[in-house]
Design a protein around this ligand. Structure first.
Ligand SMILES: CC(C)(COP(=O)(O)OP(=O)(O)OC[C@H]1O[C@@H](n2cnc3c(N)ncnc32)[C@H](O)[C@@H]1OP(=O)(O)O)[C@@H](O)C(=O)NCCC(=O)NCCS
Length: 178
């Protein structure tokens, strides 16, 4: 990932940059994109800890935001985190950036004491690559809520326990997990 740099701090242009990345996915409704940018506003107004919304941004060599994650502790849980968003600019996908962003996010969650991480997405055919991505990152499909979003559009909930490092075909115990 030498072509990208990673940072956590949002600034005044982050809302527009995140809106542009999500619009490039051609998958999210304008309401969903608004919800994502509201999380940016919350972070800018209150900071990561008070808002509960942490961000990790990837920038390419020109300084353009190429991808981001938004994650945070799930209220009223001891050590569960939600991966609210992960998205990579359309022309940077399939090059390992999403995986890298995810692994750095997971490291942040672990550093903050997180033990479980959850992500949810659509069961529609046009989200098949996204579901493959989560599975490749070691997430397990936990449940499907049929027709949750709309007729023919299930919600699929994925989860991962963070004391193991899982690659596509092996599961290794973390040294620190003993
Ligand atoms: C899902 C997403 C974040 C993955 O990022 P990425 O940089 O493409 O992922 P990587 O290159 O690290 O990993 C590629 C793997 O992800 C999956 N993948 C998902 N979308 C992909 C795409 N558009 N192109 C290629 N691979 C994609 C594939 O399974 C691929 O594994 P493979 O190479 O073994 O087939 C990105 O494709 C994206 O932004 N999608 C649209 C937004 C979205 O659906 N976000 C998640 C729901 S909030």
């Amino acid at each position: 990932m030498k072509d990208f740099t990673f940072e956590e701090q949002l600034d005044a242009s982050s809302q527009d940059e995140i809106r542009t990345i999500l619009a490039s996915a051609n998958a999210f409704s304008s309401r969903e994109i608004e919800v994502a940018t509201e999380l940016v506003r919350e972070n800018l107004e209150k900071g990561s800890i008070r808002s509960g919304y942490f961000f990790l941004l990837a920038r390419d060599k020109s300084g353009r935001m190429a991808g981001f994650t938004c994650f945070g502790p799930i209220p009223c849980t001891v050590h569960s985190y939600d991966l609210y968003w992960i998205a990579v600019y359309e022309d940077c996908r399939g090059m390992g950036l999403g995986g890298n962003l995810y692994l750095k996010t997971e490291a942040q969650v672990k550093k903050r004491g997180g033990k479980k991480i959850y992500a949810e997405t659509s069961g529609r055919e046009d989200y098949r690559l996204t579901r493959n991505f989560y599975q490749g990152m070691g997430f397990k499909e936990l449940c499907r809520l049929e027709e949750f979003y709309a007729p023919g559009d299930d919600k699929v909930i994925y989860g991962k326990t963070l004391n193991t490092i899982r690659t596509r075909d092996t599961a290794l115990r973390c040294p620190e997990a003993g």
